[in-house]
Write a protein that binds this ligand. Structure first.
Ligand code: PMP
Length: 432
């Protein structure tokens, strides 16, 4: 067993002064049991905890570290920016460069506003969609997570699902009634919902490839189906690409599926590890944002020069190195294939969903296409699997309803180590 003395002591102390001992719920390992790991440092594909145990990283800060930890280009850009002050709260050349780069990488984005997190991006995007359409209601999908804005904590995925609070107390009935929900991958159910609320729906927000109920792919033509419904009904289509943006391709999921949303929300990779988010899209809609238009949205630290420098460094690299996507796509495919082979060798056809560098293993043999089917996974088994993998030095997201995120820093040997650990852990669990 790994020595976790320091992590245990820190968690004990943390619980006295931080709710649940953590600054974001899933980090507490509540769903998987055991003591959370307190991290000291990370480099490349490896993370080190306070007790100096080493782990192969499959969270990567929940997505941002697509190039692995301690990337020299990003760190040099940040170090250079530090010389010119940490923040101005005034326009900078870097913000213009950043906006131009985002618009060139994601063609559906004609104008973009920088914010400080994915949550801010989605909250702002629905506000502008409401302002633009003059309608109040929004539609989201069961099991999708769009940050912790009140309107989104309805049938929410990720930590909200993991903690058993998909509908959070503290969200007023008034707010909740304006959020309608539909099952993912079901156009018929969506059409019925839109029909019942004709002329009242401002926006439809979706993770084009869901990562927050575990990784769940859109069925063929599903995203186009959403586009068609929105066009017909005058609804603003928002792709929440906080996870998928710059991860599945340099134009995100929309670059792969060839469907253009009206608005896109971004986060994670866009900041290279710094707290950054953005929302952008059609000029006609974005021009509703203040001071051009009447929809208010602001931020003291928005467009922060240090964060912009990190973001510019990573996006420039991704823009100029398409081989990043070929490499992690093939790592993702290989890993998914090998895990599936290992499963069938022990007579278990557990469902593995994968696209590019996003993967989830579900402990169910039925296809996982929406939140209902994701919930058929044996989460108790996942907890034991997670603990087993941790002992083998593999750091997975500590919850079933999350996606693993690969980075380019993973070597072939790292992939083989993950596969070997998977086999060992499953064999142990099934022979108990
Ligand atoms: N949207 C999606 C799709 C996400 O995955 C997340 C975070 N995991 C968010 C929004 C919220 O982003 P943040 O945690 O930066 O507020």
């Amino acid at each position: 067993m790994k020595d976790l003395t320091r992590s245990k002591d820190l968690f004990e102390k943390a619980q006295h002064v931080i709710p649940g001992g953590v600054n974001s719920p899933v980090r507490a390992f509540k769903a998987v049991g055991g003591n959370p790991i307190f991290v000291k440092s990370a480099k490349g594909a490896y993370m080190y905890d306070e007790d100096n145990n080493r782990y192969i990283e499959l969270i990567n800060s929940w997505g941002p570290m697509i190039l692995g930890h301690g990337n020299e280009l990003i760190e040099a850009a940040v170090a250079e920016a530090l010389k010119s002050s940490l923040s101005f709260g005034a326009p900078t050349a870097k913000e213009v460069e950043m906006a131009e780069l985002i618009c060139s990488m994601v063609p559906s984005i004609e104008k973009v506003r920088m914010v400080n997190s994915g949550t801010e991006a989605t909250m702002s995007a629905i506000r502008v969609a409401r302002g633009y359409t003059g309608r109040d209601k929004i539609i989201k999908f069961e099991g999708c997570y769009h940050g912790h804005g009140d309107s989104f904590l309805i049938a929410a995925g990720s930590g909200a699902a993991t903690m058993g609070t998909p509908n959070s107390p503290g969200v007023t009935k008034g707010t909740a009634k304006d959020t309608l929900t539909a099952p993912f991958n079901d156009l018929k159910a969506l059409k019925d919902l839109v029909e019942k609320n004709k002329g009242e729906v401002a926006a439809l927000i979706v993770e084009p490839v869901a990562g927050n109920m575990g990784c769940v792919l859109p069925e063929s033509n599903y995203l186009q189906g959403l586009r068609d419904i929105c066009d017909k009904e005058g609804i603003v289509l928002i792709f929440d690409e906080v996870m998928t943006g710059f991860r599945l391709s340099k134009a995100g999921a929309q670059g792969i599926f060839g469907v253009k949303p009206d608005l896109t929300t971004l986060g994670k990779i866009i900041g290279g590890g710094m707290p950054v988010g953005a929302y952008g899209g059609k000029k006609e809609i974005m021009d509703y944002v203040s001071p051009q238009g009447p929809v208010y949205q602001a931020g003291t630290l928005s467009g922060n020069p240090i964060a912009m420098s990190a973001g510019l460094a990573i996006l420039t690299y991704l823009n100029e190195h398409p081989e990043v996507y070929t490499q992690i796509e093939s790592s993702g495919k290989y890993l998914a294939e090998q895990l599936a082979l290992a499963n069938s060798a022990i007579g278990k056809n557990y469902t593995i969903n994968q696209l590019g560098s996003m993967i989830s293993v579900f402990f169910t043999e039925q296809p996982v296409t929406d939140f209902e089917s994701a919930k058929s996974s044996d989460t108790a088994m996942f907890g034991k699997y997670f603990q087993g993998m941790l002992q083998e030095g593999i750091y997975l997201p500590p919850a079933q309803f999350e996606s693993w995120f690969l980075s380019t820093a993973l070597s072939t040997t790292d992939l083989e180590d993950i596969i070997a650990a998977h086999k060992k852990v499953l064999n142990n669990l099934l022979s108990q």
